[in-house]
Design a protein around this ligand. Structure first.
Ligand code: KIV
Ligand code: ZN
Length: 512
């Protein structure tokens, strides 16, 4: 019998809770398809009861994804559980993930419930859920800071009621690897029916130890499920990073002795997709997926790697999807070649109209840029500054003038509900002038909390990818735009963020 480690990805739920990382339904579907291609065992698609938007996302993902189990988070109450079960109806394989806080602090200050009330609610909620679905996960929120005696009592009861997975969250990232590993080991040893459930780890990265803690939970504690996110995306310092935990278990199979279902070749594409969709840039020295993760700068290292790669490399770059930067398409490439490359990159477009729209933008880019890389194509399809029919605002054209010693001027033509308008302004620089030109007509009053530019393929010939994060009335949204002209990319990113502010989705924080 193989000892398998289940990979549970929560990029679309816990990852999305990161301020500014909220995604549209189409973006979530695209990422879910990539997670399926990665052969993730469980995809936590959202928190169905938190908003109608989240409900629709979970339902659509359950309709489309057939190879991974689809999971929805739910608070431990009948309404949330019914709503999650409803959203999961189309799934081939569905899971309900119930959570209820068990630490003294959360019970007293947040829930204002006694331990006995929490015990009862946990037990009855699992009983209720079990009547709707066979696959039930239970998480005692802030589990690691809970009293072990109380936790044993609650977890024994929920397993008796039929919970099939027990997840032990380190909600606030307080754990230390050895202590967390032993915490899980003790729970498993003390709870008489612990062998009836699969044990799972869920670690936050506040002290930079989410991956180490998760691995200790597996090695010392005997957990057989890890909850993680692509690029470690998540609130505050994030969650355990999928790519790091997977590559640690694979590279050190001699130590962990565990099987994984993951097809690691799709890791890099998943990382780029999540980064480009959310605007959360991956740091160059990030393990596995950072631009420098396999780059050898020092002469001694380069010499060693050329003679025998394992002198300085413990993993093969190709195994996680790195290929030499290659020109994939050009000006003469046809629609079929473009469509095929989209499929290989994991971008499935819903309709022929979407493909035609993306292909027209590709042709436009190919006219201005002779070499088109995979990164350009990914940026092009996640460039939501390009107009979609349902958008309130769409970019049309821009002209700007800047000269040393003079104040830059910009004029931007864009659509508002399909009608063309032209805004004009000056500014500190051409980007500032262009965004002020848009704002002069839109008057959103939004505060810009982040502006960043990234050269997609590393040279001045490359496209600039701009991320704009706006905040308005307590909502934080990201807009991403790409273009060889970074002023145009900035205007597209700004309009994309304004579109997201327009689509008002009310949300309930999972841990609120
Ligand atoms: O961190 C946490 O406690 C969670 C739970 C909802 C599982 O994300
Ligand atoms: Zn969490």
């Amino acid at each position: 019998m193989t000892d398998k480690l289940i990979i549970f990805d929560t990029t679309l739920r816990d990852g999305e809770q990161s301020p500014g990382a909220s995604m549209t339904k189409d973006e979530k579907l695209r990422i879910a398809r990539q997670l399926e291609r990665l052969r993730v065992d469980v995809i936590e698609a959202g928190f169905a009861a938190s908003s109608n938007g989240d409900f629709e996302c979970v339902k659509s993902i359950a309709e489309v994804i057939k190879d991974s189990t689809i999971c929805s988070l739910a608070r431990a109450n009948d309404r949330d559980i019914s709503r999650a079960a409803e959203a999961l109806k189309p799934a081939n394989s569905g899971r309900l993930h119930l959570f209820l806080a068990t630490s003294p602090l959360h019970m007293e200050k947040k829930l204002r419930m006694t331990p006995d009330q929490v015990f009862e609610q946990a037990r009855l909620s699992v009983r209720f859920a079990r009547n709707l679905m066979a696959d039930i996960e239970f998480s005692p929120e802030d589990g690691y800071r809970s009293d072990p005696d109380f936790l044993c009592r609650v977890l024994e009861a929920v397993i008796s009621e039929g919970a099939t997975t027990i997840n032990v969250p380190d909600t606030v990232g307080y754990a230390i690897p050895e202590l967390y590993g032993n915490f899980i080991k003790n729970l498993r040893e003390r709870i008489p029916n612990s062998d009836k459930a699969i044990w799972s780890v869920h670690c936050h990265n506040d002290l930079g130890m989410a991956v180490a803690n998760s691995l200790a939970g597996v090695k010392i504690g005997g957990a057989r499920q890890v909850e993680c996110t692509i690029n470690g995306l998540g609130e505050r310092a994030g969650n355990c990073s999928l790519e790091e935990v997977v590559m640690a278990v694979k590279t050190r199979k001699d130590y962990f002795g565990l099987e994984l279902g993951i097809d690691t070749h799709h890791i890099l594409a998943a990382s780029r997709m999540v980064s480009q969709t959310t605007g959360f840039v991956v740091q160059p020295n990030k393990a596995v997926v950072g631009a420098n993760a396999f780059a050898h700068a020092s002469g001694i290292h380069q010499d060693g790697v050329l003679k025998a790669r394992d002198t300085y490399e413990i993993m093969r770059a190709e195994d996680v999807g790195w290929t030499a930067n290659k020109i994939v398409l050009g000006k003469l490439s046809g629609r079929n070649a473009f469509k095929q490359r989209l499929l290989e990159l994991g971008v499935a477009m819903e309709s022929e109209a979407d493909i035609n729209n993306a292909f027209a933008r590709f042709k436009d880019l190919a006219d201005r840029k002779s070499e088109i890389f995979d990164e350009d194509i990914l940026a092009l399809v996640s460039d939501d500054g390009a107009a979609h029919e349902s958008d309130q605002y769409g970019f049309v054209s821009l002209s700007q003038h800047s000269e040393t010693g003079e104040r830059p001027q910009a004029s931007v033509v864009f659509t508002v509900a399909g009608k063309e308008v032209k805004g004009e302004s000056d500014g500190n620089g051409p980007v500032d002038a262009s965004l002020k030109a848009i704002e002069s007509l839109v008057k959103s009053g939004a505060e810009m909390v982040l502006y960043s530019v990234n050269a997609i393929s590393g040279s001045t010939e490359s496209q600039g990818e701009v991320t704009v994060r706006l905040q308005n009335s307590g909502r934080v949204v990201n807009g991403v735009g790409a273009d060889p002209d970074i002023v145009v990319a900035s205007a597209k990113a700004y309009l994309s963020a304004l579109n997201k502010l327009e689509s008002k989705a009310d949300r309930v924080a999972a841990q609120g």
